[in-house]
Design a protein around this ligand. Structure first.
Ligand code: SF4
Length: 667
């Protein structure tokens, strides 16, 4: 297929053109493409323009920067604020071709631009990372810090050294902030924070300390300040381009981040110390330039109150660290094998760690510009109220019109809206009409003031997994104590299932897969029996028959999964099995669903559905289906059996959480 396409292209070549992407900085065709964009006065030369915006402008006949600079009418599918920004950007850049650097301040938007720039403080420091994406697994090979007219470098040439450099860097931050409690850590663009989040999680070093720094808003991203505060005449918003405004002229061999990576790779081949010296010098100048940029921004900032540090989050850090140490100490005293201790330790921290990226995504989204978010499927940007907020019971509801864009947000879902000086707040999407581009948003009365005339919706916070995390802590307690949860113990030990019948190598004992599996399940003795197979091999068929066989023997059966669809599949399988003959008389099947739209066929009465956690149904049903969030809150009979039809997850574990189910079931 690829060959045919290549041959067809060679026979009849169609004109092509370069489209900029993230790899351009490292591409050997860079100069060629750059000269073509310059020669065409391409729209791609306009700083911070997206491909989608170029497409919309070209569709409207605007194909050059000069034409964009003179554009004075709306563009179909483009928000007016976006059009105005792009026109100003093109106008400044076009004038710069023959003139001096210039900038215009953007209209102030709460929480953006200069609102993110704090007053300079004694002890402020300026931080920059060099990373090599080509090193296996990636490597942050240099952290540089500029402070009090001095420079400190933290080098790492392998992953062991990367962990040590991280620990040293964070210790340096800690000591510096202890000596200068008001100081901030300035950096340019998001890379530094992204890298620190990844490194702290990867090495389990300084997670609580980094959380504290983020909570206290110690880091100041000057790129976010620049992006929200002004439109500049330079070709892009890299720190090197910004230097045109405060007069720094770069010298030295290494002049760009891409150049630093190329130089570092060369050092890995040659080992020449002069290359590392050049890289360190480049990094040092980037840090100094960050300070100069901060000072320049302070000098052009309109008079207004300065933003403050958030409250001291030291207590939370101590609490987080103490929890971790207590867990480690508890496991160390348990006598469990080291491998099991490590697994339980990581499981104990799993949900907190897992939630972090989703929480960061909400904060990151809230920091972005409206026109960036229009291209972001997780958000819905540029909402304009079409009426006042109306009271609905104890809440308020407001309708908005939004510009053309794609989004994953849907009616019935939740989203977040920005809050000045606080984390984004959750609201509900009551209606979403994509054709009319109208959305209705509901918020509690206390949040009514957040439904402002103009609004952007960001992704919602991650699901609250406290109930599963608590179940996991019980499992860890049990593992450190009497180990009564024998099924879990077998799972953690990867032990063969224990059966009340004689232990045998062939669990099916020579029987056919259906009869043998049902017999093996019936003989489970406080243990776990995984059944695995690709789709279509009959797992649901066997599971449904095994469940009914257990009910006939007087057991109650829980069916757990991450998805209601998978649970429904098994429960409907049980109903279908009832119709095959030899039904269980008086069989009661319940499914704890999350809403009225539960996906069951119309008129399906065989599975009783309820959204209530405390429904008496859960005590009387023979078969109970619920997600990993439901089973942990149930405490059913010790004779009950947990069942799952899940595919194995990436570690070979079931993808649903068995920890909660372990408290509620014996097998
Ligand atoms: S510089 Fe390289 S990556 Fe960028 S558009 Fe040209 S060929 Fe593509």
């Amino acid at each position: 297929m690829a060959r045919q396409r290549l041959e067809a292209f060679l026979e009849n070549p169609q004109p092509t053109r370069p489209i900029p992407c993230a790899d351009c900085g490292l591409c050997r065709w860079g100069d060629h493409c750059e000269s073509q964009w310059q020669a065409e006065d391409s729209l791609f030369n306009v700083a911070n323009i997206t491909r989608t915006q170029v497409k919309k402008l070209e569709a409207a006949g605007i194909t050059t920067m000069e034409r964009l600079a003179g554009l004075d009418h709306p563009i179909r599918g483009m928000a007016e604020t976006t059009r105005a920004r792009l026109v100003a950007q093109a106008r400044l850049q076009h004038a710069r071709k023959t003139g001096a650097p210039a900038f215009e301040l953007r209209e102030a938007e709460p929480g953006k631009g200069f609102d993110l720039l704090p007053a300079p403080q004694p002890g402020d420091f300026f931080y920059d990372i060099e990373g090599d994406p080509h090193y296996e697994g990636g490597l942050e090979y240099l952290h540089g810090v500029w402070f009090d007219g001095q420079f400190k470098a933290f080098w790492a040439h392998d992953h062991g050294a990367e962990a040590r450099a991280l620990a040293d860097l964070l210790e340096f931050f800690r000591q510096r902030l202890a000596a200068h409690p008001e100081a901030r850590i300035y950096h340019y663009a998001a890379y530094e924070i992204t890298a620190l989040r990844r490194l702290t999680a990867q090495y389990g070093i300084g997670e609580a300390f980094l959380d504290r720094l983020l909570r206290e808003r110690r880091f100041v991203d000057l790129f976010a300040v620049v992006r929200g505060a002004l439109i500049g005449s330079e070709a892009n918003y890299s720190i090197k381009s910004m230097e045109a405004f405060y007069g720094r002229v770069r010298e030295g061999e290494v002049k760009t981040a891409g150049g630093s990576v190329v130089a570092y790779e060369l050092w890995r081949e040659t080992g020449e110390q002069t290359i590392l010296d050049e890289i360190e010098d480049y990094n040092r100048i980037d840090c100094i330039s960050t300070e100069e940029l901060r000072d320049w921004l302070v000098s052009i900032r309109p008079a207004a109150p300065w933003p403050m540090l958030a409250t001291d989050a030291g207590d939370k850090e101590v609490e987080q660290d103490a929890d971790k140490q207590a867990l480690r100490a508890r496991l160390a005293a348990s006598g469990l094998p080291q491998e099991r201790q490590d697994m339980l330790f990581n499981l104990g921290l799993f949900h907190k760690r897992e939630a972090k990226p989703a929480q960061w995504a909400v904060f990151d989204s809230a920091g972005k510009d409206e026109d960036e978010l229009i291209d972001d499927l997780d958000a819905l940007a540029g909402l304009q109220a079409i009426g006042p907020a109306e009271p609905v019971k104890r809440s308020v509801l407001r309708r908005y019109r939004f510009p053309l864009q794609e989004t994953k947000l849907r009616a019935g879902r939740k989203a977040t809206v920005p809050v000045i000086d606080g984390p984004p707040a959750t609201v509900s999407i009551e209606e979403l009409d994509r054709s009319q581009r109208i959305i209705a948003i509901k918020a509690g009365a206390a949040k009514a003031h957040l439904l402002t005339d103009r609004l952007t919706l960001h992704p919602d916070w991650p699901l609250n997994t406290d109930v599963i995390a608590a179940a996991l802590r019980d499992v860890i307690d049990d593992q450190c104590g009497m180990r009564r949860l024998t099924a879990l113990d077998d799972l953690l030990a990867r032990a063969a299932p224990r059966l009340v019948t004689e232990r045998r190598a062939d669990l099916l004992d020579g029987a056919d897969p259906l009869t043998g599996t049902i017999a093996a399940i019936a003989a489970m003795d406080g243990t776990v029996l995984p059944i695995q197979g690709p789709p279509g091999t009959g797992k649901t068929y066997v599971t449904a028959r095994a469940i009914l066989a257990l009910v006939r023997q007087g057991h109650r059966v829980g069916v757990a999964s991450n998805s209601h669809e998978a649970i429904r599949n098994v429960l409907m399988g049980c109903l279908a099995t009832q119709d095959d003959g030899d039904p269980v008389l008086g069989l009661c099947i319940g499914h704890k669903v999350s809403s009225g739209e539960d996906g069951y066929p119309d008129g399906c009465a065989g599975v009783i559905r309820s959204t209530a956690n405390d429904d008496s149904l859960w005590s009387r049903a023979h078969v109970v289906g619920g997600t990993a969030f439901f089973l942990p809150v149930r405490s059913t009979s010790r004779r009950s059996i947990g069942s799952s039809s899940m595919k194995p997850g990436k570690w070979g574990w079931p993808i649903w959480s068995p920890w909660g189910a372990a408290r509620a079931t014996s097998s």
